[in-house]
Write a protein that binds this ligand. Structure first.
Ligand code: ADP
Ligand code: TYD
Length: 221
């Protein structure tokens, strides 16, 4: 059974970039690694509907905090069997966003903190009711909100189909989401959390994570 490791953080924090660095390091060490990014655009109708809603389609869907959260959650529910299969055939499964994204953004939109009812609603929905696998470790890529926003703007300007969506344009929401993420990490919500900064070296982080999970010798926790 592989380890389920999740990278979390604000839009533009650098999750995709850091994930690639972690995967490269682990593979170079000979570990079998699989990756998956949520939302699964192009593969899940729920994910595509969510993205379209964030770009102004589907009436007032995006204005509903819980309707959006349900779309992202249903994307993961569809992926549950695939995730379990990946975990059974790999040493590490690395996810770029997972349930904590829904907890952080939903609580932030509701002006709640990490101890509030929105986070508990997501926990019950996705882990208890949908039966999604619980992460072994969650990694918060914690960068200043202004830096994440700058990177998201830069990406929107340089990559096709990456124009900023409604959440990315809402600076206050990003600030509050960052605070909820901090609270989730401090409380070690659903797993141990590690916090990485904008200058974190992916190779050193990959070693630290392996040591945290396996004491460096492949011995299970
Ligand atoms: N450590 C870094 N230093 C400089 N630029 C970075 C770094 N990490 C990411 N970026 C750039 O910032 C933008 C957003 O990064 P990305 O990994 O796509 O973020 P996320 O997946 O968190 O939204 C991209 O244009 C990427 O090239
Ligand atoms: C996966 C997920 C994302 N989100 C948010 C985070 C982002 O602001 C937005 C879209 O996800 P994101 O990964 O940022 O997609 P994109 O590649 O289009 O930038 O949805 C949730 O609120 N809940 C979730 O479960």
């Amino acid at each position: 059974m592989g380890d389920l490791i999740v990278v979390e953080g604000l839009d533009g924090a650098g999750k995709r970039t850091l994930s690639a660095g972690l995967v490269g390091t682990w593979r170079a060490e000979g570990r079998k690694v699989a990756t998956l990014a949520f939302p699964r655009y192009g593969r899940s109708i729920h994910a595509d509907l969510g993205a379209e809603a964030l770009r102004g389609q589907h009436g007032d869907t995006a204005s509903s905090v819980e309707a959006m959260a349900l779309l992202w959650a249903l994307d993961r529910r569809e992926a549950a069997d695939e995730l379990r299969e990946m975990l059974s055939t790999n040493d590490i499964v690395l996810l770029d966003r997972y349930v904590a994204s829904n907890a952080a953004y939903t609580a932030a939109r509701r002006h709640q903190d990490a101890a509030g009812p929105a986070v508990e609603w997501i926990r019950q929905l996705e882990f208890d009711r949908f039966g999604l696998p619980v992460p072994d470790l969650q990694l918060l890529l914690r960068v200043p909100v202004a830096l994440a926003a700058e990177r998201a703007r830069h990406r929107a300007a340089t990559e096709a189909d990456r124009e900023r969506d409604a959440y990315e344009r809402d600076g206050d929401l990003q600030c509050r989401t960052g605070e909820v993420y901090d609270g989730l990490a401090q409380r070690h919500w659903m797993s141990t959390w590690e916090v990485a900064g904008p200058d974190t070296d992916p190779q050193q982080l990959a070693v630290r994570i392996s040591n945290l999970l396996h004491d460096g010798e492949g011995v299970t926790r």
